[in-house]
Design a binder for this molecule. Structure first.
Ligand SMILES: Nc1ncnc2c1ncn2[C@@H]1O[C@H](COP(=O)(O)OP(=O)(O)O)[C@@H](O)[C@H]1O
Ligand SMILES: [Mg+2]
Length: 92
């Protein structure tokens, strides 16, 4: 799940800009049997994290669906002064 969120940060935000690459920051925290992962990226002017339309023939657009299922819907994104954070929780 973390790999998917980090890959998205690189593929879909300005963090992965080939001309002017930025950073992606990962924060992992835990409480009891719950782990929370936050991935901060450089944001992007034209896209935002979203569940792609379901299309059985599509070769992409499944990552956030998997993350949504595996987290039980406990994920989201928020925009801040320093970029965008995509977060999810897993566990109890
Ligand atoms: N960190 C992100 N920043 C901007 N857009 C994002 C980010 N993560 C996901 N998206 C958008 O949400 C869509 C769905 O993401 P995903 O389900 O992971 O599919 P995929 O990565 O295969 O395109 C992406 O195509 C992209 O438009
Ligand atoms: Mg993806």
């Amino acid at each position: 799940m973390a790999c998917e969120a980090i890959t998205n940060a690189i593929r879909h935000s300005d963090s992965g800009d080939l001309e002017d690459p930025g950073t992606a920051t990962v924060v992992v925290s835990g409480a009891g049997r719950t782990v929370r992962v936050e991935v901060l990226d450089a944001s992007s002017p034209d896209t935002a994290p979203r569940l792609a339309d379901e299309d059985l023939e599509a070769v992409s657009g499944r990552g956030l669906h998997l993350l949504d299922i595996l987290s039980g819907g406990r994920w989201g994104s928020c925009d801040g002064d320093h970029g965008r954070t995509v977060w999810f929780e897993a566990g109890a």
